[in-house]
Ligand binder design. Structure first.
Ligand SMILES: [Zn+2]
Length: 110
């Protein structure tokens, strides 16, 4: 895993967006590409998922999920791997997988 992550960006205006979409959220261009950004940010909130009606998610329970603010992306949702998380703490998003199937994990920025 690396401390940089792949996110979608607009070739027309340079806007960086998450989650990926068919068009740019800023200028509606469909000329989108993948770009690598630094995965450092701040923990905005987190929750623990204890129940799910989806069979594939039930295997991961309890599942801690975080909302993180990065410098270039206002909010990203990721798997939380920190034992005692606190809102406002500095964190790093790490990515597993490629652009077609990325998985994001939040770890402490020590
Ligand atoms: Zn754009």
């Amino acid at each position: 895993m690396s401390s940089s992550i792949d996110v979608q960006s607009c070739s027309e205006c340079g806007f960086v967006q998450y989650p990926p979409r068919e068009v740019c959220r800023s200028c509606l261009s469909s000329d989108l590409e993948w770009t690598t950004i630094e995965g450092t940010g701040e923990l905005l909130s987190w929750t623990r998922l204890n129940h799910s009606f989806e069979a594939e998610f039930q295997q991961q329970l309890p599942w801690d999920i975080a909302q993180v603010k990065l410098d270039k992306v206002s909010c990203i949702i990721a798997n939380l791997t920190i034992e005692n998380p606190s809102v406002g703490m500095k964190v790093i998003i790490r990515q597993k997988g490629d652009c077609d199937n990325p998985q994001y994990f939040v770890v402490a920025n020590e």
